[in-house]
Design a protein around this ligand. Structure first.
Ligand SMILES: Cc1cc2nc3c(=O)[nH]c(=O)nc-3n(C[C@H](O)[C@H](O)[C@H](O)COP(=O)(O)O)c2cc1C
Length: 158
């Protein structure tokens, strides 16, 4: 069987996290993996037994395409091993978003700091970051992300 990694990403950093999860599952655990964005992922659903959904937080909400994937395919995902990874700017995961995601029944729900590159943002996003006093930089903790990815093999990613 195959593990599908659905990487929802506006500026690419969550996509890279999804790709790294797929890579560690493949190279360290011998799991066949495929990485897709939420639009292209549905075609795989019938042939995978595990799904990792990686999505970022934007303006206090879960990124809409990743969230729409979870909503649209809720019934199919209920029959699979589901894992959710969230990336955001803060050091801690917002409790209300955690509650929202727990309702989908993931076997694991991980939160990791993401990355924010000024040159990738439009003027409005830069303004939002300025108002929120956000910090630019790459805060992804790759060893922690890789450890989380490897651990999924013991929880049903195969
Ligand atoms: C305009 C904007 C708004 C954001 N709002 C939030 C937020 O409300 N909470 C949060 O934790 N992170 C927030 N972030 C940080 C992103 O979640 C983080 O940079 C993430 O890694 C981006 O993922 P991506 O590169 O895959 O799009 C925001 C980033 C931008 C650019």
């Amino acid at each position: 069987m195959t593990t599908l990694v659905v990487a929802s990403s506006k500026h690419g950093s969550t996509r890279e996290i999804g790709e790294r999860i797929a890579e560690v599952l493949r190279t360290n655990k011998g799991v066949t993996t495929v990485v897709e964005d939420p639009q292209d992922a549905p075609k795989w659903l019938a042939s995978v037994n595990a799904v990792v959904v990686a999505l970022p937080i934007y303006a206090g909400s879960l990124e809409k395409d990743g969230k729409a994937f979870l909503d649209t395919h809720r019934a199919e995902l209920a029959n699979k091993s589901l894992f959710v990874l969230v990336s955001g700017a803060g050091p801690e995961f917002d409790g209300s978003l955690r509650t929202v995601l727990e309702a989908y029944g993931p076997k694991e729900l991980g939160y990791f700091r993401g990355a924010l590159f000024e040159e990738k943002l439009g003027w409005f996003e830069k303004l939002m970051i300025k108002v929120a006093k956000g910090q630019y930089g790459d805060f992804r903790d790759w060893p922690a992300i890789e450890a989380w990815g490897k651990s999924l093999a013991t929880r049903g990613a195969s």
